[in-house]
Design a protein around this ligand. Structure first.
Ligand SMILES: [Zn+2]
Ligand SMILES: [Zn+2]
Length: 299
């Protein structure tokens, strides 16, 4: 179990923290370096990062507030889920026992006005529906507040299957829990690929990704990264094709976390129907297609 005590004053050139999860597409069989809590930290602006690593647990020394905040992996992944699915987060401190309330990643897609304290069972209420997650406090205190906060990198990627003999890992980007660099975060797909000896050939974020002849839908991939972490969402996700235009349908907004029988096609605005309530997302099918193509290319 790796632990880091992170004092932001030691890294004046910038800190970023994310909840790391398994890649949404992964052909490289190596330990996933980004699972856990992924940290970037720099002492000097021009030098290499002093920390570019993941930890099981991080203690963040919040000097402005005079207290340490524990960042555990479940809350960090919960933050990613709520953020990608557009769910409001609140730091709810129990009125009875003063614990920070977090109910686990399985609840990160379900905002509510009542929040039962896991320590003492007191029901705390918020005026607006929200998911209780103490890490939103870090986001609010330590984000650089630049506009726009997120940009599209305008960096397309198209790779044939022979360009990564050592494998490829793809994640959806998600906004950091802490991001204090004076530049916007890049939104898209984060990709690592490797030479046959395992050395990383590139580590970057792209706003369009095509492997072989298969284009990965960036929006669907980012939503799937959050949906697959919540059992009920994962179980409800299906691929459906629009009968009007033949394109895959991907539910967005509230429908990306609440199953329904109607699904709006983003290409032609046709409303596709499903016989039972589901969440439409082409990504599980795309991942299977990518894996089959990768295996075929290895023969
Ligand atoms: Zn309590
Ligand atoms: Zn359509």
């Amino acid at each position: 179990m790796s632990h880091l005590l992170l004092d932001p004053q030691e890294y004046p050139a910038g800190i970023a923290i994310w909840g790391g999860v398994e890649p949404i597409f992964m052909t490289a069989h190596r330990p996933n370096e980004e699972a856990g809590i992924h940290i970037h930290a720099r002492k000097l602006p021009v030098a290499e990062k002093d920390i570019d690593q993941s930890f099981d647990e991080v203690t963040f020394r919040d000097c402005t507030w005079g207290r340490d905040i524990q960042i555990d992996q479940d809350a960090a992944v919960g933050f990613m889920i709520s953020q990608i699915l557009g769910v409001n987060m609140r730091h709810v401190i129990c009125i009875n026992c003063a614990s920070d309330i977090f109910l686990g990643r399985q609840f990160a897609a379900y905002p509510s006005t009542s929040h039962t304290c896991p320590s003492c069972s007191t029901v705390n209420t918020t005026v607006e529906e929200a998911v209780a997650n103490p890490l939103i406090t870090l986001r609010e205190r330590y984000s650089s507040r630049i506009e726009p906060a997120v940009i599209s990198p305008n960096r397309p990627l198209s790779l044939s299957w022979d360009k990564f003999p050592g494998g490829i890992d793809i994640w959806g980007s998600n906004q950091a829990i802490i991001w204090n660099a004076q530049k916007p975060e890049e939104e898209g797909l984060h990709v690592h690929w490797y030479a046959s000896d395992g050395t990383m050939l590139r580590d970057d974020t792209f706003d369009s990704v095509t492997l072989g002849a298969i284009k990965v839908d960036v929006k669907a991939a980012r939503l799937w990264m959050a949906q697959r972490e919540v059992h009920r969402l994962r179980a409800a996700t299906r691929s459906i094709t629009c009968k009007e235009c033949g394109n895959q349908v991907c539910d967005e907004g509230i429908q990306a976390r609440v199953p329904s029988t109607t699904h709006r096609c983003a290409t032609c605005a046709h409303i596709a129907q499903s016989t039972s309530p589901i969440i439409a997302n082409p990504m599980p099918a795309t991942v299977k297609l990518l894996m089959d193509s990768w295996k075929l290319a290895q023969k």
